[in-house]
Design a protein around this ligand. Structure first.
Ligand SMILES: CC(C)(COP(=O)(O)OP(=O)(O)OC[C@H]1O[C@@H](n2cnc3c(N)ncnc32)[C@H](O)[C@@H]1OP(=O)(O)O)[C@@H](O)C(=O)NCCC(=O)NCCS
Length: 199
Protein backbone atom coordinates (compact mmCIF):
# COMPACT_ATOMS: atom_id res chain seq x y z
CA UNK A 1 0.00 0.00 0.00
CA UNK A 2 1.18 3.47 -0.82
CA UNK A 3 0.90 6.18 1.80
CA UNK A 4 0.67 9.26 -0.32
CA UNK A 5 0.61 11.67 2.65
CA UNK A 6 4.17 10.70 3.56
CA UNK A 7 5.71 12.61 0.67
CA UNK A 8 8.05 15.47 1.45
CA UNK A 9 7.09 18.74 -0.28
CA UNK A 10 9.75 20.75 -2.18
CA UNK A 11 10.42 22.92 0.85
CA UNK A 12 11.73 19.86 2.64
CA UNK A 13 9.21 20.12 5.46
CA UNK A 14 7.00 17.13 6.15
CA UNK A 15 3.42 17.51 4.97
CA UNK A 16 1.16 18.63 7.84
CA UNK A 17 -1.02 15.58 7.22
CA UNK A 18 1.88 13.12 7.29
CA UNK A 19 1.30 10.40 9.83
CA UNK A 20 4.07 9.08 11.96
CA UNK A 21 5.09 5.69 10.54
CA UNK A 22 6.42 4.07 13.69
CA UNK A 23 8.03 0.68 13.45
CA UNK A 24 7.17 -1.98 16.04
CA UNK A 25 9.88 -3.32 18.35
CA UNK A 26 12.31 -5.66 16.53
CA UNK A 27 10.67 -8.89 17.73
CA UNK A 28 7.16 -7.77 16.75
CA UNK A 29 5.43 -8.10 13.35
CA UNK A 30 2.35 -6.07 12.40
CA UNK A 31 0.12 -7.71 9.77
CA UNK A 32 -3.54 -8.45 8.92
CA UNK A 33 -5.08 -11.04 11.24
CA UNK A 34 -5.46 -14.67 10.14
CA UNK A 35 -7.83 -17.45 11.18
CA UNK A 36 -4.93 -19.24 12.85
CA UNK A 37 -4.47 -16.25 15.22
CA UNK A 38 -7.83 -16.97 16.89
CA UNK A 39 -6.59 -18.82 19.96
CA UNK A 40 -3.85 -16.43 21.01
CA UNK A 41 -5.99 -13.44 20.01
CA UNK A 42 -8.67 -14.67 22.38
CA UNK A 43 -6.11 -15.24 25.16
CA UNK A 44 -4.89 -11.66 24.81
CA UNK A 45 -8.38 -10.20 24.58
CA UNK A 46 -9.46 -12.09 27.73
CA UNK A 47 -6.49 -10.63 29.64
CA UNK A 48 -7.28 -7.08 28.51
CA UNK A 49 -10.97 -7.49 29.41
CA UNK A 50 -9.99 -8.93 32.82
CA UNK A 51 -8.28 -5.60 33.63
CA UNK A 52 -11.85 -4.23 33.81
CA UNK A 53 -10.75 -0.72 33.01
CA UNK A 54 -10.08 0.50 29.53
CA UNK A 55 -12.45 -1.31 27.15
CA UNK A 56 -16.25 -1.51 27.04
CA UNK A 57 -16.37 -5.31 27.08
CA UNK A 58 -16.67 -6.80 30.57
CA UNK A 59 -16.89 -10.47 29.66
CA UNK A 60 -15.81 -12.37 26.58
CA UNK A 61 -18.56 -14.60 25.22
CA UNK A 62 -17.43 -15.92 21.81
CA UNK A 63 -15.13 -18.95 21.56
CA UNK A 64 -12.24 -19.79 19.26
CA UNK A 65 -14.54 -20.76 16.37
CA UNK A 66 -16.28 -17.37 16.37
CA UNK A 67 -12.93 -15.60 16.43
CA UNK A 68 -11.62 -17.77 13.58
CA UNK A 69 -14.46 -16.54 11.40
CA UNK A 70 -13.95 -12.94 12.47
CA UNK A 71 -10.20 -13.02 11.85
CA UNK A 72 -10.56 -14.89 8.56
CA UNK A 73 -12.23 -11.80 7.14
CA UNK A 74 -9.59 -9.33 8.25
CA UNK A 75 -9.04 -7.14 5.21
CA UNK A 76 -11.69 -5.61 2.97
CA UNK A 77 -12.73 -2.19 1.75
CA UNK A 78 -14.98 -1.84 4.81
CA UNK A 79 -12.87 -3.23 7.61
CA UNK A 80 -9.35 -4.21 8.66
CA UNK A 81 -8.26 -6.23 11.66
CA UNK A 82 -4.52 -5.88 12.12
CA UNK A 83 -2.53 -7.76 14.76
CA UNK A 84 0.88 -7.38 16.36
CA UNK A 85 2.55 -10.75 16.75
CA UNK A 86 5.59 -11.70 18.85
CA UNK A 87 6.98 -15.23 18.94
CA UNK A 88 3.85 -16.52 17.14
CA UNK A 89 1.51 -14.99 19.70
CA UNK A 90 -0.90 -12.09 19.23
CA UNK A 91 0.14 -9.27 21.58
CA UNK A 92 -1.93 -6.44 20.14
CA UNK A 93 -4.81 -5.68 17.80
CA UNK A 94 -6.48 -2.78 16.05
CA UNK A 95 -9.79 -2.97 14.21
CA UNK A 96 -10.79 -0.14 11.94
CA UNK A 97 -14.23 -0.27 10.40
CA UNK A 98 -16.20 1.91 8.00
CA UNK A 99 -19.54 3.12 9.34
CA UNK A 100 -22.45 1.48 7.53
CA UNK A 101 -25.00 4.19 6.85
CA UNK A 102 -24.71 5.68 3.38
CA UNK A 103 -24.08 9.18 4.75
CA UNK A 104 -21.43 7.96 7.23
CA UNK A 105 -19.41 5.78 4.89
CA UNK A 106 -16.56 8.31 4.72
CA UNK A 107 -16.02 7.71 8.47
CA UNK A 108 -14.28 4.79 10.16
CA UNK A 109 -14.14 3.88 13.82
CA UNK A 110 -11.33 2.20 15.75
CA UNK A 111 -10.94 -0.27 18.59
CA UNK A 112 -7.55 -1.41 19.83
CA UNK A 113 -5.68 -3.16 22.61
CA UNK A 114 -2.12 -4.20 23.47
CA UNK A 115 -1.26 -6.90 26.00
CA UNK A 116 -0.21 -5.25 29.29
CA UNK A 117 3.29 -6.80 29.16
CA UNK A 118 3.93 -5.12 25.82
CA UNK A 119 2.63 -1.61 26.44
CA UNK A 120 4.68 1.59 26.17
CA UNK A 121 7.06 -0.01 23.65
CA UNK A 122 5.59 1.36 20.45
CA UNK A 123 3.28 -1.55 19.58
CA UNK A 124 0.12 0.57 19.75
CA UNK A 125 1.71 3.25 17.58
CA UNK A 126 2.73 0.69 14.96
CA UNK A 127 -0.83 -0.69 14.90
CA UNK A 128 -2.29 2.81 14.55
CA UNK A 129 0.15 3.60 11.72
CA UNK A 130 -1.03 0.49 9.87
CA UNK A 131 -4.70 1.38 10.45
CA UNK A 132 -4.16 4.88 9.05
CA UNK A 133 -2.63 3.35 5.92
CA UNK A 134 -5.73 1.16 5.52
CA UNK A 135 -7.90 4.27 5.95
CA UNK A 136 -6.06 6.13 3.18
CA UNK A 137 -6.18 3.15 0.84
CA UNK A 138 -9.92 2.72 1.50
CA UNK A 139 -10.92 6.35 0.82
CA UNK A 140 -11.81 6.97 4.46
CA UNK A 141 -11.94 10.73 5.15
CA UNK A 142 -12.45 10.82 8.92
CA UNK A 143 -11.61 8.47 11.78
CA UNK A 144 -13.52 8.72 15.02
CA UNK A 145 -13.41 6.75 18.28
CA UNK A 146 -14.56 6.78 21.87
CA UNK A 147 -12.23 6.58 24.85
CA UNK A 148 -12.69 6.68 28.60
CA UNK A 149 -11.40 10.05 29.85
CA UNK A 150 -8.92 8.57 32.36
CA UNK A 151 -7.26 6.31 29.78
CA UNK A 152 -4.12 8.44 29.59
CA UNK A 153 -2.08 6.07 27.44
CA UNK A 154 -4.81 5.77 24.81
CA UNK A 155 -5.50 9.51 24.75
CA UNK A 156 -1.75 10.18 24.36
CA UNK A 157 -1.52 7.72 21.49
CA UNK A 158 -4.53 9.23 19.73
CA UNK A 159 -3.23 12.78 20.13
CA UNK A 160 0.12 11.69 18.70
CA UNK A 161 -1.77 10.62 15.57
CA UNK A 162 -3.62 13.92 15.27
CA UNK A 163 -6.89 13.04 16.98
CA UNK A 164 -8.58 15.77 18.99
CA UNK A 165 -11.58 15.83 21.27
CA UNK A 166 -14.95 16.38 19.55
CA UNK A 167 -17.28 15.87 22.44
CA UNK A 168 -18.17 13.95 25.54
CA UNK A 169 -21.03 11.51 26.04
CA UNK A 170 -21.97 11.68 29.68
CA UNK A 171 -22.46 8.38 31.52
CA UNK A 172 -22.52 6.64 28.15
CA UNK A 173 -21.10 3.39 29.55
CA UNK A 174 -22.83 1.55 32.38
CA UNK A 175 -20.13 -0.77 33.67
CA UNK A 176 -20.59 -3.26 36.48
CA UNK A 177 -18.85 -0.78 38.81
CA UNK A 178 -20.75 2.32 37.68
CA UNK A 179 -21.08 4.85 34.88
CA UNK A 180 -18.29 6.14 32.68
CA UNK A 181 -18.27 9.12 30.33
CA UNK A 182 -16.98 8.49 26.83
CA UNK A 183 -14.85 11.09 25.05
CA UNK A 184 -15.15 11.23 21.26
CA UNK A 185 -11.86 11.85 19.51
CA UNK A 186 -11.57 12.32 15.75
CA UNK A 187 -9.17 13.26 13.02
CA UNK A 188 -9.44 13.95 9.34
CA UNK A 189 -7.33 11.86 7.02
CA UNK A 190 -6.90 14.57 4.41
CA UNK A 191 -5.10 17.86 5.11
CA UNK A 192 -8.07 19.60 6.67
CA UNK A 193 -11.69 19.20 7.61
CA UNK A 194 -13.78 20.05 4.53
CA UNK A 195 -16.06 23.08 4.59
CA UNK A 196 -19.77 22.73 3.93
CA UNK A 197 -23.23 22.72 5.35
CA UNK A 198 -23.63 21.62 8.93
CA UNK A 199 -26.62 19.85 10.33
C1 LIG B 1 -3.84 2.35 24.59
C2 LIG B 1 -2.83 1.28 24.21
C3 LIG B 1 -3.38 0.51 22.99
C4 LIG B 1 -1.51 1.96 23.81
O1 LIG B 1 -0.64 0.95 23.32
P1 LIG B 1 0.94 1.04 23.56
O2 LIG B 1 1.57 -0.07 22.81
O3 LIG B 1 1.22 1.15 25.00
O4 LIG B 1 1.26 2.45 22.84
P2 LIG B 1 2.69 3.06 22.48
O5 LIG B 1 3.78 2.35 23.23
O6 LIG B 1 2.80 3.12 21.00
O7 LIG B 1 2.55 4.51 23.09
C5 LIG B 1 1.86 5.53 22.40
C6 LIG B 1 2.04 6.86 23.07
O8 LIG B 1 1.30 6.92 24.24
C7 LIG B 1 2.09 7.47 25.31
N1 LIG B 1 1.94 6.58 26.42
C8 LIG B 1 2.15 5.24 26.46
N2 LIG B 1 1.85 4.76 27.68
C9 LIG B 1 1.47 5.81 28.40
C10 LIG B 1 1.01 5.95 29.73
N3 LIG B 1 0.93 4.89 30.56
N4 LIG B 1 0.68 7.20 30.17
C11 LIG B 1 0.75 8.25 29.35
N5 LIG B 1 1.17 8.17 28.06
C12 LIG B 1 1.51 6.97 27.62
C13 LIG B 1 3.51 7.56 24.89
O9 LIG B 1 3.92 8.89 24.99
C14 LIG B 1 3.49 7.08 23.45
O10 LIG B 1 4.00 8.01 22.57
P3 LIG B 1 5.60 8.16 22.36
O11 LIG B 1 5.88 7.70 20.98
O12 LIG B 1 5.80 9.61 22.57
O13 LIG B 1 6.28 7.32 23.37
C15 LIG B 1 -2.54 0.32 25.39
O14 LIG B 1 -2.17 1.08 26.51
C16 LIG B 1 -3.71 -0.59 25.78
O15 LIG B 1 -3.95 -1.61 25.13
N6 LIG B 1 -4.47 -0.24 26.81
C17 LIG B 1 -5.59 -1.08 27.27
C18 LIG B 1 -6.71 -1.18 26.24
C19 LIG B 1 -7.13 0.18 25.76
O16 LIG B 1 -7.06 1.16 26.47
N7 LIG B 1 -7.59 0.26 24.49
C20 LIG B 1 -8.06 1.51 23.93
C21 LIG B 1 -9.48 1.74 24.34
S1 LIG B 1 -10.10 3.29 23.70
Amino acid sequence: MMDEARTTPPGGEASPSADPDPQPPPDVTVRPARRSDARSYLDMWRRVVAERRFVRTESVTGGVRAYRNLLGDSWSNDRATIVAVAHDRVIGVITIERLRHQVNRHVATIGMAVDADWRARGVGSALMGAAMKWARSSAIEKVSLEVYPDNEAAVALYRKFGFSEEGRLRRQSKKSYGYEDEVIMSRWIADAEPEGAEA
